[in-house]
Design a protein. Structure first.
Length: 184
């Protein structure tokens, strides 16, 4: 597997090898020993799968706080997304900064978003399916979020606010200032 590190510690872009022949291909999407070798040893506890029909669907920016904080391993099964992680760990030298990557069924890349980050994505194609493994189970009481296009974050989303397809909940999320103290 190929591991790409970013300027924000902890976030990784992982591209597992594909082994192909005339029938198609095979890939190991998660192998504990390989992850440990890369310096990450997540305790994965829940799998999620989302389907977004329209191009320009935005999901996020979300996280869960303690005691149910989640790290996420994100991959695309069909279509493509622009995936984003925003550092909200108090005291981090990169607090408020973000990294993004294009994930697609074709490029086979996965995004590791550790605890202490907001996570969100925008679909780049219609009928996109995303799968993500989480280090903790969903806990409504621990769920938090920040407005996806808060100008303070400066994320260059591939969709305008007028074109973005959002849930009613995500439209009402606060700005990044609300996240102070979520991950002390």
């Amino acid at each position: 597997m190929q591991v790409q590190r970013f300027g924000i510690s902890g976030v990784l872009l992982i591209t597992p090898r594909r082994f192909g022949d005339a029938r198609g291909w095979f890939t190991e999407t998660y192998k504990a020993s390989a992850w440990t070798e890369a310096g990450v040893d997540p305790d994965l506890r829940q799998d999620n799968h989302s389907f977004s029909a329209p191009k320009g669907t935005v999901r996020g920016l979300h996280c869960q706080i303690a005691p149910s904080a989640q790290g996420k391993l994100v991959r695309v099964l069909r279509g493509s997304i622009f995936d984003v992680a925003v550092d909200i760990r108090m005291g981090s030298p990169t607090y408020g900064e973000h990294v993004g990557a294009v994930l697609s069924a074709e490029n086979n890349s996965q995004f590791w978003v550790p605890v202490g980050f907001l996570h969100g994505f925008c679909t780049l194609e219609p009928d996109t399916e995303v799968s993500y493994k989480c280090t903790n189970e969903y806990d409504r009481a621990a769920e938090r979020g920040v407005l996806w296009n808060d100008p303070e974050l400066g994320i260059d989303w591939p969709v305008s606010a007028e074109q973005a397809v959002l849930s009613e909940k995500d439209v009402l999320l606060p700005g990044i200032a609300a996240a102070r103290g979520w991950f002390p």
